[in-house]
Design a protein around this ligand. Sequence first.
Ligand SMILES: [Zn+2]
Length: 133
Amino acid sequence: MIRELKISHKDIELIEAELEANNPYEACGVLIGTINGSTALVEKALPVTNVKRTRTSFELDPKEHYDAWNEAEKNGKEIIGFYHTHPVSSAVPSLWDRETMQNDPSVWLIAGADGMRAYVWEDGVKAVKIVEI
Ligand SMILES: [Zn+2]
């Protein structure tokens, strides 16, 4: 069970820039790194094209997603989670997010109009503490 997400200032800035650049549409990407006990360490946030390009949902481009997975695997890392943006709403999982999270055990980082928050699904949405490193 992941309780803490460590992420660099640089990656936080990258996600904030993605939020701005794609506004009013949602942006998304993968978080590559390692998991150690209850701590997930992001070593790289990698933007992926949102093929849905809507204001309220996202879907990772399948080829880019696969390439990211492949690259992580090759370097002995894994995709520990995903980020997406809520340019016009708060950083709280939407109904669609909640339904998708139930089938995905990884960390969900949401950058909303009111800041960044992280979650995992464990019999419901649970908050994960973001630690900037
Ligand atoms: Zn969402």
